[in-house]
Design a protein around this ligand. Structure first.
Ligand code: FAD
Length: 320
């Protein structure tokens, strides 16, 4: 069976959920071989093995933390040379897309970014993408070289499957250019205790209809009841009600959760661009003619100040 490289996202050995989803995708194409880089990479092998990885190539070289991007390209390229895979899969993120693009250039391959699914195909893996604010679904494949594909979080289920998970040290020769841009300082973002917006299975977003920044407490309470992340429309962000890091849409983040709840958001095309691939969409809006209702699975016409607290209360009651 052909090997498929899966580049692991982890935080000091703790594997992030989208990587486990990627292993599910990889198993459709062949035998997953994981590449884990950076501090704590060796600690990822157990969980990767129990989600189907046959091998785990590990490098904990300090370059991954100290230098931007290029050391990761060097390492994944080395892994490609070692394994000879049919495809290299990354979780879609800003940094991973840069690594993927640089890797594809070095390999003389094509790259496909932001796939929402990947299927096995006759001539190689077929990536499904959602284009023009999800107005079109496209299927494409890399026609030259090894398929390099980045896949959005929440594109596949996490499946526990026993793999050998055999750990191998990956020896990397770092290119001279790897040292071109150094990280000089880091500051940890204050944790909200909520999941990362782009990875969350549930996202609850608020818009201008909230009326004030303080009213985002309603959205946060609903998100917490559901174990979800908080999103915001640009109107809410521009008003200074919520930080830009939470903006969903064309000029914000792209999310694709199992459940997206939009409250007091009209559904402008630029907002839809960032959330339209969500599996189930619910909107709460007092205007029955709001465009958001054109794309919802469930819509509630009502005042969010009444509906959202009731919903939160009911969910908490059922959980208790
Ligand atoms: P509005 O359009 O003002 O809608 C508010 C909604 O709340 C209305 O439908 C109203 O009926 C409802 N409402 C009011 N009060 C209540 C209540 N009490 N209860 C229930 N419902 C209520 N927007 C983004 O979101 N993300 C982007 O990334 C983004 N990028 C953009 C990029 C460009 C280049 C441009 C030009 C625009 C971009 N926009 C983006 C802005 C976008 O066009 C809209 O202006 C914005 O999405 C509107 O935000 P909103 O839905 O919160 O506000």
């Amino acid at each position: 069976m052909a090997d498929v490289l899966v580049v692991v996202d982890h935080v000091e050995g703790s594997v992030r959920k989208p990587t486990l989803e990627l292993l599910t995708v990889a198993r459709r194409l062949g035998a997953p071989v994981a590449v884990a880089l950076g501090a704590g990479a060796g600690g990822t092998a157990g969980v990767l093995g129990s989600h189907g990885a046959s091998r785990v190539l590990v490098s904990e070289a300090p370059e991954f933390a100290d230098v931007l991007v290029v050391p990761r390209v060097d390492a994944v390229q080395r892994a490609v040379e070692l394994v000879g895979p049919v495809a290299v899969l990354f979780v879609s993120s800003g940094e991973n897309k840069e690594v993927a693009a640089r890797l594809a250039l070095r390999l003389g391959s094509g790259v496909i970014t932001d796939a929402v699914d990947v299927e096995a195909g006759e001539g190689g893996p077929v990536a499904v993408q959602s284009a023009f604010a999800a107005s079109y679904t496209t299927r494409s494949r890399v026609t030259r070289g090894i398929s390099v594909i980045t896949v959005k979080p929440n594109s596949a289920p996490v499946e526990a499957v026993e793999g050998a998970g055999a750990v191998e040290e990956l020896a990397v020769d770092f290119a001279g250019s790897a040292r071109g841009a150094r990280v000089v300082s880091r500051s940890a973002r204050e944790s909200t205790g909520r999941p990362e917006l782009t990875e969350a299975a549930i996202v609850v977003s608020g818009g201008r209809g909230l009326g004030s920044g303080e009213n985002f407490a309603l959205i946060e309470a609903l998100a917490d009841a559901l174990g979800g992340a908080v999103g915001a429309s640009r109107a809410a962000v521009d008003a200074g009600w919520y930080p830009h890091a939470h903006q969903v849409g064309q000029t914000g983040k792209s999310v694709s959760p199992q459940l997206y709840i939009a409250s007091g958001i009209s559904g402008a095309i630029q907002h839809r661009a960032g959330m339209q691939t969500s599996k189930t969409i619910v909107a709460i809006n007092k205007d029955a003619e709001a465009p958001i209702f054109d794309l919802v699975d469930y819509g509630v016409v009502g005042d969010l100040h009444t509906v959202v607290p009731q919903l939160t209360e009911e969910i908490n009651k059922r959980k208790g």
